[in-house]
Design a protein around this ligand. Structure first.
Ligand code: ZN
Length: 359
């Protein structure tokens, strides 16, 4: 993990712009002065600084939250610029880490918010260190495994989190308030096997889908932060923009499943399993091994190949699928294990696996 830049030492940070900054938001009666004061004390952790995360960060920082920790493992690439708000061509050319690049841009329009960038890959090993002490988690991840980890941490800590995901023109969002609403494992008891879900790197994405989901997430986050929990949407919302349709699953009275492994039985399998989703750097081989979770099941190599073969060079040989993509050689096994050759950087390997194979 790269330590954060200290935002308090940023050169040229302007002084507070006075009471006008939040005046229109304060006029909105559901927020008002009391709500604004609560926002100013709020500590939020945003996990993921891609398309969802960059827009969520902008909305949260403009709204005047107190502290925003931004966790992301990737660097800005040119292919991000078509949809990921705030990033610039210069960020991509330099290859700046998204967490630190985003923090610099956020400081330019609201230096009153303390932004705390962490260039890190959220895992069972560092989850408590990175998440403890925050009032709310906003999920803007590109992989399911880490969402289950956030869910475990949030249920154990009793902290709400806002789920969001998007691919193509479609987005999903839900709010988990421990003890009051269904958690991720109430809705989806286990993550699907690796390679089952589409990713933005294989199915594409349009920018409005990401900004829509980010707006949905931040709207619910604001309700929680000002103490309006009764107004929080309790449904799992699925929106497709092209063609347009939307559906809400569950009802306004949806409640936690007493048999849920996480919130019912309070077994935190993702948080308490350091091996889950483990990444091992193989010495001297310029490659990284990714070990899947115990529950991830058998991978349908043929389906993964069908999805990526028009984009990348692939070769399927009985129990092994080889994919050459973005300068890396991914060897995927039916048990979900993968060797990522061409790098000894665990976060680069994990990121490529999540974006190309999908997990
Ligand atoms: Zn649950």
């Amino acid at each position: 993990m790269i330590p954060s830049d200290d935002p308090d030492t940023r050169p040229g940070a302007p002084e507070s712009s006075g009471p006008d900054r939040y005046s229109r938001q304060i006029l909105f009666p559901k927020i008002g002065r009391d709500g604004q004061a609560k926002l100013a004390r709020a500590r939020i952790v945003l996990v993921g600084a891609g398309a969802l995360g960059a827009t969520s960060a902008e909305l949260l920082v403009r709204s005047g939250v107190g502290t925003l920790r931004i966790i992301d493992r990737d660097v800005v690439e040119t292919s991000n610029l078509g949809r990921q708000a705030l990033y610039t061509t210069d960020d991509a050319l330099v290859g700046r880490p998204k967490a630190t690049a985003l923090t610099r841009h956020l400081a330019a329009f609201n230096p009153e918010v303390r932004c705390d960038p962490r260039v890190a890959d959220l895992s069972a090993r560092n989850a408590r260190e990175l998440l403890d002490g925050f009032d709310l988690v906003v999920d803007a991840l590109d992989n399911l495994e880490a969402r289950y980890l956030i869910n475990d941490w949030a249920i154990q800590a009793g902290v709400p989190w806002v789920y969001g995901a998007c691919v193509g023109s479609r987005g999903l969002s839900a709010v988990v308030m421990p003890g009051a609403t269904p958690c991720l494992r109430c809705l989806f008891p286990d993550p699907p096997p690796a390679g089952e879900l589409q990713t933005c790197d294989t199915a594409g994405i349009i920018a409005p889908a990401a900004t829509l989901v980010a707006s949905l997430q931040v709207a619910e986050a604001l309700k929680i932060l000002v103490g309006a929990s009764r107004d929080v949407r309790r449904t799992l919302l699925s929106v497709e923009l092209w063609p347009f349709r939307w559906i809400e699953l569950g009802g306004k009275d949806a409640s936690p499943d007493p048999n849920c492994v996480a919130c019912g039985q309070r077994k935190f399998e993702f948080l308490d399993s350091p091996q889950r989703g483990a990444v091992q750097v193989l010495c001297g081989r310029d490659s990284v091994q990714i070990v899947p979770s115990e529950r991830s099941g058998v991978v349908n190599l043929e389906a993964v190949r069908a999805r990526v073969r028009t984009l990348y060079s692939t070769k399927l040989m009985e129990e092994v699928l080889r994919i050459e993509a973005q300068g890396l050689r991914i060897t995927l096994f039916r048990d979900g294990r993968a060797l990522v050759g061409g790098t000894s950087d665990a976060s680069v390997a994990r990121s490529a696996y999540d974006r190309i194979v999908g997990s």
